[in-house]
Write a protein that binds this ligand. Structure first.
Ligand code: PAF
Length: 284
């Protein structure tokens, strides 16, 4: 496995692979790799002939006061995980490589970035789409792989790629969960043992939502009330939002119909955790 620290070196590696007719896969990450990332890498290895993992803690997607400084950066452990997972090249640039001076060009997806996390993290998605556009331009993958856990991010990136005619496919892979249902996340490591127990209530609230939809309850306000009751059982949880939205437009809906995204964001101690489920309710 090669480790490229500069744009020139990753371009050279990918260029050689492409000239040999290889299909290029990219798994963009901020490092602190866990089994969720490994599942993305496995999907990439299965689909592609040359897999690049980018490891870059992107400063422009952190809102002031967030955990940019203390975000874990265990590069050596990450490289070992990549090597074991069959990655061909890791791209681990410095912030100066990606943002060499004042950045005057930003990619901004409208509307889809306003609800859900967009309300609480102003500028976050602009940072995500800008860095992903840069990574797509640098690596030029045939396919890029993202996780369903960050549902809004996945939808926004898909839209950016479509609207800007980017010549790649975006593949969204299922959320990987701990045995108690907690979605794996690099930020789970911020939790104390007690907070970690409480964190399981996030998925419990989403399961409640699914049960209610399955039982034919279509009033989203009623469902959200019950989801909140579950989250309130955990003393360390501070609810940011509980939303039931149209899975394509991300707009709030009053009644369950068609493809629905139920999404939750909470604060638990120092961690901000998000999770979601997609439900295809057809016509109710
Ligand atoms: O999901 C993430 O880890 C990041 O938002 C991403 C897509 C790597 C962009 O920095």
């Amino acid at each position: 496995m090669e480790v490229a620290k500069t744009i020139e070196s990753i371009r050279r590696l990918v260029g050689t692979a492409r000239s040999r007719g290889k299909k290029i896969g990219l798994v963009p990450t901020m490092g602190a790799l866990h089994i969720g990332h490994i599942s993305l890498i496995e999907a990439a290895v299965k689909e592609c002939d040359f897999v690049v993992v980018s490891i870059f803690v992107n400063p422009t997607q952190f809102v002031p006061g967030e955990d940019l400084e203390k975000y874990p950066r265990p590069l050596e452990a990450d490289l070992k995980i990549c090597r074991n997972a069959g990655v061909d090249a890791v791209f681990a640039p410095t912030p100066e490589q990606i943002y060499p001076g004042e950045n005057l060009t930003w990619v901004n997806v409208e509307k889809l970035t306003e609800p859900l996390c967009g309300q609480f993290r102003p500028g976050h998605f602009r940072g995500v789409t800008t860095v992903c556009a840069k990574l797509f331009n640098i690596v030029a993958p045939d396919i890029a792989f993202f996780g369903q856990k960050d549902a809004q991010q996945a939808i926004v990136i898909k839209r950016m790629a479509a609207d800007l005619n980017m010549p790649l496919e975006i593949v969204i892979c299922p959320t990987v969960r701990e045995p108690d249902g907690l979605a794996v996340s690099s930020r789970n490591q911020y939790l104390t043992a007690e907070q970690r127990k409480d964190a399981a209530y996030v998925y419990k609230s989403l399961q409640k939502c699914r049960q209610m939809i399955d039982a034919g309850i279509a009033d989203t306000r009623k469902i959200a009330v019950e989801m909140r009751k579950i989250l309130q059982q955990a003393s360390s949880i501070k609810i940011e939002y509980v939303s039931i939205v149209d899975a394509e437009t991300l707009q709030n809906i009053d009644r369950i119909a068609g493809k629905v995204l139920a999404a939750v964001a909470v604060g638990i101690g120092p961690a901000r955790l998000i999770d979601n489920i997609l439900v295809d309710a057809g016509k109710q």
